[in-house]
Ligand binder design. Sequence first.
Ligand SMILES: CCCCC/C=C\C/C=C\C/C=C\C/C=C\CCCC(=O)SCCNC(=O)CCNC(=O)[C@H](O)C(C)(C)COP(=O)(O)OP(=O)(O)OC[C@H]1O[C@@H](n2cnc3c(N)ncnc32)[C@H](O)[C@@H]1OP(=O)(O)O
Length: 206
Amino acid sequence: MSPDRPTLTATPHNVGVDAAVAAARRVVTALLHAGDGSAAAMAEVASRLTAVAEHLEEHAPTRDERLVDMWAGEGVTRHDPVTGPENAVAPPLPLSGLPDGSIQGTVTLGLPYQGPPGCVHGGVSALLLDHTLGVANHWAGDSGMTGTLTLRYHRPTPLFEELTVRARQVSVEGRKIRTTGEILAGDAVCVSAEGLFVNKHLPRPR
Ligand SMILES: CCCCC/C=C\C/C=C\C/C=C\C/C=C\CCCC(=O)SCCNC(=O)CCNC(=O)[C@H](O)C(C)(C)COP(=O)(O)OP(=O)(O)OC[C@H]1O[C@@H](n2cnc3c(N)ncnc32)[C@H](O)[C@@H]1OP(=O)(O)O
């Protein structure tokens, strides 16, 4: 971690559940690349993956216990669907704070996130931006829940290319927090976002 660029999201470990999740992401991507026409032994793949799922289910706490556990501590989340090293749905997108108060991260998205041919699904862009704006609010000090998120899709967002996702808090008036952000490919803005967040926090499971 660089002192003028603090890491704001959970750092993946190369062991334990983080390593298993990284392998699961690889499986999801490999399945989509293989497709129905592949010569892979899909019946056997399905049976081995089912055995893995059954093993995990057998050793999991109850859902309520897990919900308490994943919200324990006051630090960064490890489970969210954007940055979470414990969430195989997350690309993941690591985010850092910049000296000007904004935040930024880079990510390259593959086939699981495809919308238009060769491009990122618009809902996936919305997910990345919603979360990044939320983290920018935490970093700035006043945060809340997304009330309204407005997106403008300027140009198709490419798969397989490094994207920059950035955001900054713009203003706080009473409980209303305004935040903006963008996804860029190179210097070109692909998607821009304006968020109105309302300072309200749901209680953590206990
Ligand atoms: C989200 C917190 C996560 C906690 C994580 C904590 C630690 C982890 C650390 C790191 C993780 C970092 C960040 C997390 C990042 C991202 C989180 C993702 C964000 C989400 O994924 S979050 C889920 C989607 N989100 C919802 O599920 C909201 C459902 N909804 C409601 O819960 C209410 O609807 C609410 C709260 C929005 C408002 O309800 P309310 O009763 O508190 O507000 P009220 O009526 O008093 O209005 C007060 C003033 O806000 C204006 N106002 C009201 N609603 C508005 C709206 N929708 N749009 C624009 N303006 C609105 C009024 O017009 C009035 O304005 P004025 O004062 O000027 O009249």
